[in-house]
Design a protein around this ligand. Structure first.
Ligand code: FAD
Ligand code: MG
Length: 528
């Protein structure tokens, strides 16, 4: 039977290093490229404007690629299984390919598709390229359980050997693209073009202005810039430049949106950075995985969540410690809207809502503030806000990080005897206050000495700066010195009530904590 295949893009929105796509076109008589708006795929279930805008750009980028080849990306609306049934019946498709989405949250969708394909006799090809290693292989090699600490994860990964190198680009020369008739288009609810966020019912509701451009082309161009930064760092004798000097004011450097949507292959990112190092230090191997240690965190969290459908909540989640968090809608809203009265925290939250991305050091600061540091509100509430606004929002990576920062899993070193001070931390990371001035214009005219703690400014100074606290900018909603003391005690009580320290609550070393928090060494001791 001639092969009529569909490559279903979900994440993995790229042409390069796409093994499932290669399988799709191999010996195919006819080929279709498809994306399905089912209200969930690619994180569209809880999403704000920025992430959807990023997704739209990524889909447009793919669409133009296929249009140059005389076809298009078919963007359809509906349930994946219903769509597959129609494509099978009306277009004769007998092969479906896609990239593995390893997080447990996609199990229901993908199990249904597996089941249907079996029933209809459709060949289903699933390939791993969203992660460096196959999370299920890691779990298997670790005796059926995900490795519980980063260190253990590294050991298992090390035993499996280096991750595969990227696969070649597809050759399109002899590929016949399938067409969709007007009649079939109606049945499949084919969009006439990639729908805009507005067409999908999303509006800019908090001054969104995207900073990152979505799509493979932009991601690959961005990678070139990023590799130059890595090379400069290697030449200067250090690694992980994005972490060593957190730069909150410079041009956007992150690849995280591109990695989340798969506009950039994580294997390409990994190997390109290693290649830069190899080239520079001829023959000398880099210090294990440390060049790309952040990518290992990503793998670790994906792996942890692969067989844990409750990974994003406290209840029914075996790795999450039960903590009796407060419910306080006013505080939660103030935090979400960047109205806590702590300018550094507010700057971070406003940048998040506006641009859809904030630096790791900002994420840790706002997450600690919401949870064990100041407001004592559940990490689950913060996670939902991150899911909505981050362009790189990852079900498992975000939940894993939230559990880390809130002391709900993984970490013991911080132990809440130390928690991030919303004043000192901000000052250590970006002492000039320009970051605050950029996102919290109300306090911009205050002298530098007060910009991190405006409530300390004498009334005269506030008047001169046209920033009366409690009128032009909020009073701080809690007093950090007081609440953090109470919270510390509550956290101690929680840990004393634990019968035994869960095995995952122990970073391998204090170095690991520092690496996770990404604090410049110089300021590790006076920000907490
Ligand atoms: P780089 O240093 O360049 O790292 C490269 C890549 O490594 C990142 O793009 C990311 O894919 C991965 N990575 C880096 N740090 C981590 C980490 N701590 N855990 C897992 N993977 C990491 N990252 C997400 O990709 N999606 C999220 O939803 C997300 N939510 C977070 C929530 C909280 C509370 C915290 C503290 C962190 C979260 N992170 C998340 C991790 C991290 O902050 C971002 O990946 C990072 O800021 C992206 O910037 P970058 O690309 O410049 O990082
Ligand atoms: Mg990056």
């Amino acid at each position: 039977m001639p092969k009529v295949s569909v490559h279903w893009f979900r994440h993995g929105l790229r042409i390069h290093d796409n093994p499932a796509l290669l399988e799709s076109i191999k010996d195919a008589e006819k080929f279709y490229a498809v994306f399905i708006h089912d209200g969930e795929t690619a994180g569209t279930k809880i999403t704000g404007y920025n992430r959807l805008y990023y997704l739209t750009e990524a889909l447009n980028d793919l669409d133009s690629h296929f249009r140059e080849l005389g076809s298009q990306l078919f963007v359809l609306k509906g349930e994946p299984t219903e769509i597959i049934k129609i494509l099978h019946k009306e277009a004769g498709i007998n092969c479906i390919t896609f990239e593995q989405d390893c997080e447990a949250i996609w199990n229901k969708r993908d199990n249904a598709v597996h089941h249907l394909c079996k029933e209809l006799g459709i060949e289903l090809v699933e390939r791993i390229s969203h992660t460096l290693w196959n999370p299920f292989e890691i779990i298997e090699s670790n005796g059926g359980q995900p490795p519980l600490t980063y260190e253990m994860f590294l050991q298992v990964a090390q035993a499996l050997g280096p991750p595969p190198r990227p696969c070649p680009n597809p050759e399109w020369d002899n590929i016949m693209f399938g067409e969709i008739s007007d009649e079939l288009a109606k049945k499949l609810k084919l969009y006439p073009h990639v729908p805009t966020p507005e067409e999908l019912g999303y509006t800019q509701d908090c001054g969104e202005s995207p900073v990152y451009v979505g799509g493979e082309h932009a991601a690959l161009a961005h990678l070139e810039d990023r590799l130059r930064v890595e090379e400069d760092a290697f030449e200067d004798g250090y690694i992980l430049p994005n972490q060593v000097n957190p730069d909150l004011l410079g041009p956007p450097m992150s690849m995280s949106g591109a990695l989340r949507f798969g506009c950039l292959s994580v294997r390409k990112f990994y190997w390109d950075i290693h290649n830069v190092y190899f080239k520079l230090y001829k023959g000398e191997p880099p210090p294990s995985h440390s060049l790309t240690a952040q990518l290992i965190w990503r793998e670790f969290f994906y792996c942890m969540s692969a067989n844990n459908p409750n990974y994003d909540q406290m209840k029914g989640n075996p790795i999450c410690i039960d903590i009796p968090w407060y419910t306080n809608e006013d505080h939660l809203t103030a935090w979400e809207e960047g109205q806590t009265g702590y300018p550094f925290i507010d700057a971070c939250m406003r940048q998040l809502r506006k641009e859809g991305w904030i630096h790791h050091v900002c994420r840790t600061a706002v997450a600690c503030f919401l949870t064990r540091g100041d407001l004592w509100i559940s990490w689950e509430s913060g996670l939902k806000v991150f899911y909505k606004y981050l362009i790189d929002a990852d079900w498992s990576v975000s939940a894993g990080n939230w559990m880390w920062v809130s002391s709900s899993a993984f970490e013991r070193q911080l132990d809440c005897s130390t928690c991030i001070c919303p004043v000192n931390y901000g000052r250590a990371i970006e002492p000039t206050g320009d970051y605050i001035r950029r996102y919290v214009p109300e306090v911009a005219r205050l002298p530098q000495e007060y910009i991190f703690e405006p409530w300390k400014a004498p009334l005269k100074v506030q008047e001169r700066a046209k920033c009366i606290i409690g009128q032009d900018y909020p009073q701080r909603i809690v007093i950090h010195e007081e609440v953090s003391r109470v919270n510390r005690k509550m956290m101690k009580d929680v840990s004393q009530r634990l019968k035994a320290v869960p095995p995952h609550c122990c970073p391998s070393s204090s170095e690991e904590t520092k690496t996770f928090l990404r604090l410049p060494k110089s300021c590790f001791h006076n920000v907490l």
